[in-house]
Every structure is written in structure tokens, then in C-alpha cells.
Write a protein that binds this ligand. Structure first.
Ligand code: DGJ
Length: 728
């Protein structure tokens, strides 16, 4: 049993293989957070110590117990307005204008299997894989109830959380904060690791000691964003890849989010994660419920690597869905960097034809095939084929590509509209803009109001028409701006604060309809590269274009950061031309291939422009990806260096039984007269014996892990590394 209850149903233990989460309802019905850490097989309440602290008030029933304060004790779900002056997870404005919420324990239920959240993506699991705990809370002075839901995936070391707000009264109220996670940690010295960046440079790792006060990583862009990612790690100060304590939290959400961490006056930590409360309010009418998105939690006492493995495992098996969930992804060639908007059917056919000869599986036609779309100034929204560009229409091109033995994929940017488009001329009211205020343009485009059913129905129809008109195997779902000017004529004025969340719900509804209607199509998410790289999108699209930066050197940092939470199979990654279009940098062809193979592999160039030698290299690379793909996507991933600080970026994939290892990466700069670098491998079995392909030397696992393996002598900068080891 993953969920254990003692003390007449007031003391809850959620137990996974290596972690324990403890919650207790005390004599006043206050729900306290007791512990999230390793499995101690002990009631951890003895660790909680309550000082009589000036200016930390006491609940009324506690009478003269001056050391009983909501302001100092670890709480499971903190609320505004009742004497806990730390950051609150929940706040509600009642009909009388007050905003206090005092939630007390009102029972619980344990269910087999994992709860679902209607309209939102969430971890799914078989009945025998998960258990659900629901804790019922009710406000002391209103008819608001909150259900805290916990999903426990014992063998995967995963706990999920979500909260449901219910209005059992007869007057509406307004939720102004509804975080998915509130985690109080009363002891320890913790560092905060988050993933920041910008367009063409996403998910850079930043680690900082916590300071007193509130620190935050968030997005108010309507998307999870390039700038911050809805994922966070709290690590003990001494935590490394392989040792020390850490807690990871990942929000399954694709809109504006907030992660807030407070280091309090008592050096306790409170972490909140959920919908960005500055972009949110929600009217809760009588008998209605509101569910927060889900947070996925994992704890490790053996460093960040274990945590990454836990998240990779749960995302790959319990978030990603559909036919491509486990199967190897096609190697694709995308024409974006090859042609940008400048193509016709002949140019595309030539790219596809050459790619087919070199072993590529699928041709993807990117932006520019529809409406009047010769630049990014026009055409978005007009999802019908531009037959001046593609003579003979879409089906003719698709059939031609298929005749080369390749599958066909296509690009859409469904959520957008250009002012210079038929759609905008017909339905200007469908674009998000505030009456009497000029909208902000970004890449010349406006955003469609995805909260509207008519907009979603239109998009479903036009996209379905295209997808049914030819044999299409893949869709790239792009989204190329941040959203502002939030206003919808469909929403009552006083409920405009609902719009951002309703946009995300609308997006999920459309994605759900389309992916259900076309189950054989592989959907890849994209937002100017990795601007919406999150677990919410991965529920519908098992891979996401990681970044518009295809420079192999930069990619080592981007993919390094991405790997902390997201499995390699989800990371869309392509080989492109040099000098690189984003940086002007020249890296060897093989280096670009090795870097792109750490993902869902493909090419983004016109292979006709390559030399014969390079074309032969493409054939070889494709063969290697077909051979190593299962290990890359199903194996355990190890970050063997830190590309932000080390002289090389090296990572590895190890098969489940540790009998096969692939070491990939690059040495950044070559220095003359230097000894070769060695790198310690991980995840091997000490007494197994291994050989490297093409070499007879026999190494023990212990030698490779404690002594390391020598990397080849580099020649030139960004020197590629590929070592394949097998057990003998
Ligand atoms: C942004 C994407 O990330 C690119 O790969 C490409 O699809 C362009 N949009 C097309 O406009």
C-alpha cells in the first residue's frame, strides 16, 4: 500500500520506493505538512518545533497557547488572511469582500488508481500502478471546500498533487490564488535550481542559495515561455549529480505559471507552484468546482541524476501518449533553414528526394505553404494550400514525396492570425485585442482568442480538412509570440481574469480533439523552438522542437538544461548547415550529428548542397541513429560533464541492464601538447567487463566508473565524441 493512514485517519504517509511524504491533521483540524524526504519508517512530527514568536498570532481556539501559530508551522496548503503571513497558496474573495480562508480537515478517501483532472493534462496510470488520496478541507466560516488530491506512483518514486475548489454555498465567490503545490520544508540549507533563458537560448541552468524573502521564477506570457520553465529543483547545499538531497517539481501546464520560494524568518522554506496568480482570477459559482493543474514531485537522496531518471520515466510512460509514445521516431528533414519562405513544389521535392536517398524517413514542409505567406507579415489563419507555390496542390506533393519512400509532415501555427489574411478580414473579432487600444504585434501577428468555441471549431475544421486531404504523418504545431492585450468579448467584464487560463484550456481542448481524430499522426510541439517546452504539451505531443538555435555548441547547454526534467525522446533536435544561421559558428558535421542524436533526430538543411563526403556521412549517421535510437530514447541518461563550466560536454546513455553504453559529446577547444581528457562513466555494473567498439582493451565497470575512460585526442575545435561500449 503506497498510502498508509494512522491515528484514526488523521496521519497520512504517502510512501514510494525511496521517499516518504507525511501529512497530519492536528487537534484543531489544521493540516500540517510533516515531511517529504527519504523513507524513515518513523512519524517525523518530533522534528517540528514551535517557538512563541512575537508578531506571529495564534488561532482563536488555541486560547493561551502562544506557540501555536499558523505563521510558524509547516502547513500543507496555506491560505490567505488567517495569520500565516508567508506566501499563501490559496485566496478567495467572498461575497462580503473579505478574502480569508481557514481550511480545516473534514475527512479523506483513498482510491485505487490515479485521479484525472477534467480538461487538463495529468499523469495517468493503471489501477495497480497508482493510488489516490483525497483530503477534504472546509472553510470554518463559508461554504468553500477544497479537496487536496495526491497521486502516488510507488515504483516510480513519484507523487502528484492538485487541488479542487468547490463552492457549496448559494453565492458566487472569486478565487484569486490557487496554487497546485504548497511545500513547506522546516529544516535544511537549500539551493534553488531553475531554468531560465530567452528565444534561441532556453533552459540555462542557474543554481543559487536561497535568500531570506521571496524568490520567483515565472511567466506572464500566456505560455510556459523561453524565459523560465515550469520546473524547479530544491537541492541541499552539498547536492551534486550523484549525492545529496533534492526535490524536483514539474508543473503540467503550458500557460503563465509561477514558482515562488520563500525563505522565512525561521529559516524554513515554503515553495509554491501553479498558475501565475498575477494573471488569474476565477469566479466560482454555487455548485461549481475549479481544478488546478497538476504538479509532479519526486525526491532523491542520491543527487539530481536520480531525480532526472524519475522524471524521464514518468513523462515517457505516464504523460506522453499515443502511437509514438514508445516507438522510435522517424528521422525527419525539415525545410525551414533550407528555404525559409522561398520555395515551390519543385524545390521541396528535390530536398525530399535527396534526403530519401540518404536514409531520412520523413519530409516536413515548414512555414509558407498556405494562404499568402511569402514572409512573416501575412497569411496566418488561412490554412488552405497556396497552389501558386505548390502547383498541383498538397496531395500531389505528398504523393511525390511518398513515391521516394518517405512520409510527409506539415507545419501549422493554429493559434495565430495575420492582419493581412482572409481570416482576419472576415473575423477581426477573433483576434485578441482590447477595444479602443492598439494591440501589440509580435512577428507582425496577433493571437486568436482560443477561449472561444467558434474559433476552436473553425480551427478544428480547417486543420482537419488539410490533414484529411492527403496522407500526412506528422504535424509541427508552432506558436510564435508571447500573449498580451488580454481581453475577450465572450467573457463578462468582471471575469476577464479568467482569460489566460481559459486560453490554455481552449488550447488543450483543440489539441485533444485533433490528436484523437488523427491518432496516427505524430504531433510535435513548438513555440519559436522551446518557448512552450512543458509537460502539458507533452501530453498531446510526444516531442517538442527544443530550440530555434541549431548551433551544436549552444545546443549542448540548452539540451543539458532540458535534460533535468524532460526525457531525450521528447527533445526535437536537428543537424543544420554551417556557418550556423543563429550564431555564424562553424562546427564539424559529425559534431552536429552527435549533438542532434541526443533527441528526436533530424536535419534542417538542403542535403543537395552537401559534398559527396558529407552525403556519405549522412547515410552513416542515419544508420547509427537507427542502431542507437532505442538506447538513446529508452536508456538511462547521464550528464557526465557540465557544459556551462567544463571544457567539454559529455553525456551517456546506458541500457536497462547496463550492458550497453553510448558516450556522446564534444570537446570544445583543442589545446596543443595536452594529455587526453578522461571522463568517469556512471550507471555501469562494477564487475561487468566492457569493450569499446573498434578496440580490444577490456575494462571493468568499476574501472570505467572510478578511473574513467580516456576521450580521443581532439583535433580542431568542437571535436565530436562517440564511444560505444558493450559488455563482453
Ligand atoms: C519557429 C520555429 O521554431 C521554426 O522552426 C520555424 O518553424 C518557424 N517558426 C517558421 O515560422
Amino acid at each position: 500500500m503506497a498510502i498508509r493512514v494512522t491515528e484514526q485517519g488523521r496521519n497520512f504517509y504517502l510512501e514510494t520506493l525511496h521517499s516518504m511524504y507525511q501529512i497530519k491533521a492536528d487537534e484543531y483540524g489544521v493540516l500540517k505538512h510533516i515531511w517529504y524526504g527519504s523513507r524513515t519508517e518513523c512519524d517525523m512530527e518530533y522534528l517540528l518545533d514551535y517557538p512563541d514568536l512575537g508578531f506571529s498570532g495564534n488561532i482563536y481556539e488555541a486560547e493561551n497557547k502562544r506557540d501555536y501559530s499558523l505563521d510558524t508551522m509547516p502547513l500543507e496548503y496555506s491560505c490567505k488572511g488567517i495569520g500565516d503571513h508567508r506566501i499563501p497558496a490559496a485566496a478567495i474573495t467572498h461575497p462580503n469582500g473579505s478574502d480569508a480562508l481557514d481550511l480545516r480537515f473534514d475527512g479523506y478517501e483513498i482510491k485505487k488508481g490515479k485521479y484525472v483532472i477534467s480538461g487538463l493534462p495529468a499523469v495517468y496510470a493503471d489501477e495497480d500502478e497508482a493510488e489516490t488520496l483525497e483530503i477534504y478541507l472546509k472553510d470554518t466560516s463559508s461554504d468553500i471546500r477544497v479537496i487536496l488530491k495526491y497521486g502516488v506512483l510507488e515504483k516510480k518514486d513519484i507523487i502528484t498533487r492538485s487541488a479542487v475548489f468547490c463552492n457549496m454555498g448559494d453565492a458566487p465567490c472569486k478565487i484569486t490564488k490557487a496554487f497546485s503545490l504548497c511545500l513547506d520544508i522546516p529544516h535544511g540549507d537549500w539551493d534553488w535550481v531553475h531554468f531560465h533563458g530567452r528565444h534561441i537560448m532556453e533552459r540555462l541552468v542557474e543554481r543559487r542559495s536561497l535568500f531570506h524573502g521571496v524568490q520567483e521564477s515565472s511567466s506572464n506570457r500566456g505560455t510556459s515561455s523561453h524565459q523560465q520553465n515550469p520546473s524547479v529543483l530544491l537541492c541541499s547545499n552539498d547536492c551534486t549529480e550523484t549525492s545529496g538531497e533534492c526535490i524536483g517539481a514539474l508543473l503540467v501546464y503550458s500557460g503563465s505559471f509561477q514558482t515562488k520560494i520563500e525563505l522565512t524568518q525561521l529559516n524554513q522554506v515554503r515553495m509554491l507552484m501553479g498558475i501565475n496568480s498575477e494573471c488569474f482570477s476565477w469566479e466560482l459559482k454555487p455548485n461549481e468546482q475549479f481544478s488546478t493543474p497538476e504538479v509532479i514531485l519526486s525526491y532523491s537522496d542520491s543527487g539530481m541524476e536520480t531525480l532526472s531518471h524519475n522524471f524521464h520515466n514518468v513523462i515517457r510512460n505516464n504523460i506522453c501518449r499515443g502511437e509514438y509514445k514508445q516507438s522510435e521516431r522517424p528521422v525527419l528533414i525539415n525545410n525551414w533553414e533550407a528555404t525559409y519562405f522561398d520555395f515551390n513544389e519543385e524545390r521541396l521535392e528535390n530536398i525530399a528526394k535527396e534526403a530519401s536517398k540518404l536514409g531520412v524517413d520523413m519530409f516536413v514542409m515548414d512555414d509558407g505553404w498556405f494562404g499568402k505567406r511569402d514572409s512573416d507579415t501575412s497569411g496566418l489563419g488561412d490554412w488552405f494550400v497556396n497552389e501558386e507555390k505548390l502547383k498541383g496542390g498538397l496531395n500531389t506533393l505528398v504523393e511525390k514525396v511518398k513515391s521516394y519512400g518517405m512520409k510527409f509532415g506539415i507545419w501549422f501555427e493554429p493559434e495565430m492570425v495575420s492582419e493581412d489574411s482572409e481570416l482576419y478580414r472576415t473575423h477581426p473579432e477573433w483576434a485578441i485585442q482590447i477595444p479602443n487600444r492598439k494591440p501589440t504585434r509580435s512577428r507582425y501577428q496577433l493571437v486568436l482568442d482560443m477561449t472561444r468555441q467558434d474559433v476552436r471549431d473553425y480551427l478544428f475544421k480547417v486543420i482537419s480538412d488539410v490533414l484529411s486531404s492527403a496522407d500526412i504523418s506528422y504535424v509541427k504545431w508552432d506558436m510564435n509570440r508571447s500573449i498580451c492585450d488580454w481581453y475577450s468579448a465572450e467573457l463578462p467584464v468582471e471575469n476577464m481574469g479568467e482569460m489566460q487560463h481559459r486560453y490554455v484550456l481552449g488550447l488543450y481542448e483543440l489539441l485533444d480533439r485533433l490528436t484523437s481524430e488523427f491518432p496516427h499522426i505524430l504531433f510535435e510541439g513548438c513555440s519559436g523552438g522551446g518557448g512552450r517546452f512543458d509537460a502539458g504539451i507533452l501530453y498531446y505531443c510526444p516531442q517538442i522542437w527544443c530550440s530555434d538555435d541549431t548551433d551544436a555548441y549552444e545546443r549542448t547547454k540548452i539540451q543539458y538544461g532540458t535534460s533535468f526534467f524532460y526525457p531525450i525522446s521528447t527533445i526535437g533536435s536537428h543537424v543544420s548547415i554551417v556557418p550556423n544561421h543563429q550564431t555564424g559558428r562553424i562546427t564539424p558535421f559529425e559534431t552536429r550529428a552527435v549533438t542532434a542524436m541526443s533527441g528526436s533526430f533530424g536535419y534542417e538543411l538542403d542535403l543537395n548542397t552537401l559534398s559527396e563526403e558529407e552525403k556519405n556521412a549522412v547515410i552513416e549517421q542515419n544508420k547509427r541513429f537507427k542502431k542507437y535510437g532505442p538506447l538513446i530514447h529508452n536508456g538511462r541518461y547521464y550528464r557526465l560533464s557540465n557544459p556551462m563550466t567544463d571544457k567539454f560536454a559529455i553525456w551517456s546513455f546506458v541500457s536497462e541492464n547496463s550492458g550497453e553504453v553510448l558516450v556522446h559529446g564534444m570537446i570544445f577547444r583543442t589545446e596543443p601538447n595536452m594529455t587526453r581528457y578522461s571522463v568517469k562513466l556512471r550507471g555501469l555494473i562494477s564487475n561487468k567487463k566492457y569493450v569499446v567498439d573498434g578496440d580490444n582493451t577490456i575494462y571493468t565497470g568499476k574501472a570505467l566508473m572510478e578511473g574513467g575512460i580516456l576521450l580521443p585526442k581532439p583535433w580542431g575545435d568542437f571535436f565530436p565524441i562517440e564511444l560505444h561500449l558493450k559488455e563482453v
